[in-house]
Design a protein around this ligand. Structure first.
Ligand code: NAI
Ligand code: MG
Length: 398
């Protein structure tokens, strides 16, 4: 088979530290690929006024598969302040390059697995009957709609006339917000379309069917956000009735779901949610399996582009350490999701087995696995560095 070309986009901060470790693992396991570097992130915003340069988009268009680290986003005023002097005042407006990439390539299906690693001392435990200690085994796949909803980017401060006038046609807006001076008004829209809502719900059902699961949980808030959350729930209910009669819908509200999280997390095999609620639910579930150092993700489109990334951000406070201390497992597991997608399941299983063995053995642990504060001296105090963790995983590859 021809060597594949993967667009490697480290991004900012610890994205740079972890992406290279995942490539070391892929090389060590014998996955044959060329990696082309894609520029993305804060540096390119500051230097070029564009955090997602066209040259990177071209690479993705050509090669289709991206491995991505993380980027740094900052509020509007900070973004303006850090722009190169010659670009200031020229109308450049900062936007999140990862949100832009998802929208540009229609990466609408985001899968975020949260699976317990045996022996991870960070695993969630709870008290059971008769004062026993229970350690539930969690195996949840969160399907997050990745391009619409509250992160769609359609928003205004001091909305223009047409928008304001349209809002004033809504009874609730008129009754509750007409008092507010327009310059003091900020509006972020939450847009759902039937097409993309159906796609994410369908993806969740298909996954449930493949895994033999009997329920799909829709985690929204349809009792309050009636139009959008209501649309997702209705689509899911109809899909269950008409296409998947063996799979029932479980309907939870995002706030209650955060409570159910610690009561019965093992009962959620597949959750489907909108962009923001999926983001919240996946970080929350990640907390049960050890935190963001373990949380991986995959993003798919219907046009063949797919991007794989850890769900954590660029953790800037840890980025500048001479020896990197962050956990590379989330990034490595994201690379495994890429291998699955490329039908290299034998290789991905090898890596996952090696990761699981290193965690279960418990000898090599990054600072987060030892509940240390993330300071440079953690390595001196017995924690593994980012690359030592990778070395331990490579040593286990068979
Ligand atoms: P973050 O995920 O970067 O960090 C939050 C905390 O999680 C860290 O302080 C650290 O304690 C822990 N953590 C994250 N990754 C870890 C790892 N691999 N190993 C060990 N511990 C880890 O989120 P935060 O601090 O809210 O955001 C920092 C920057 O990242 C912001 O500029 C934000 O906009 C950006 N961000 C980017 C994302 C992306 O590129 N997809 C996603 C989330 C945030
Ligand atoms: Mg998040």
């Amino acid at each position: 088979m021809a060597k594949r070309t993967i667009v490697a986009m480290p991004g900012d901060g610890i994205g740079k530290n972890v992406l290279k470790e995942s490539i070391r693992i892929l090389d060590a396991v014998g996955f044959e690929a060329n990696y082309v570097h894609g520029d993305i992130g804060w540096e390119f915003w500051c230097k070029e006024g564009n955090p997602l340069p066209d040259r990177t988009l071209k690479l993705l268009e050509e090669h289709k598969i991206g491995l991505f680290g993380a980027i740094t986003s900052k509020p509007k005023d900070k973004a303006e302040a850090e722009l190169a002097p010659e670009l200031k005042g020229k109308g450049y407006v900062y936007y999140s390059p990862i949100v832009a990439m998802r929208q540009k390539y229609d990466l609408d299906i985001c899968m975020r697995p949260c699976k317990t690693f045996k022996g991870n001392t960070l695993n969630f435990i709870r008290r059971g009957p008769n004062n026993t200690i229970e350690e539930p085994v969690i195996d949840t796949m969160i399907f997050r709609q990745n391009t619409e909803g509250l992160y769609c980017g359609v928003e205004w401060t001091n909305p223009p006339d047409q928008v304001y006038d349209a809002l004033m046609t809504h009874k609730k807006f008129k009754e509750n917000f007409a008092w507010c001076p327009r310059p003091e008004l900020a509006v972020s829209t939450r847009i759902f379309t039937k097409k993309y809502t159906t796609r994410i719900v369908k993806a969740a059902f298909e996954y449930a069917k493949t895994k033999g699961l009997k329920t799909v949980t829709v985690c929204e808030k349809p009792n309050v956000i009636r139009e959008t959350s209501g649309m997702m729930l209705k689509i899911a209910q109809e899909m269950s009735k008409n296409e998947y009669p063996d799979i029932k819908i479980q309907d939870t509200n995002i706030d209650a779901q955060m409570m159910w999280l610690t009561k019965n997390p093992e009962e959620y095999g597949v959750i489907v949610a909108s962009n923001m609620f999926g983001d919240i639910a996946s970080d929350a579930f990640a907390g049960l399996i050890g935190g963001l150092g373990f949380a991986c993700s995959a993003q798919f489109s219907s046009n063949g582009v797919a991007v794989f990334e850890p769900t954590h951000g660029s953790a800037p406070k840890y980025a500048g350490y001479t020896v990197s201390i962050v956990n590379p497992i989330a990034m490595i597991e994201s690379a495994c999701m890429m291998l699955d997608y490329l039908e290299e399941k034998k290789i991905s299983s090898k890596i996952r087995k090696a990761v699981a063995e290193v965690i279960a053995e418990g000898k090599v642990r990054t600072y987060d696995m030892m509940k240390m504060a993330g300071r440079p001296e953690v390595v001196k105090n017995g924690a593994a560095s980012t690359s030592q963790m990778t070395d331990a995983i490579i040593a286990r590859l068979k």
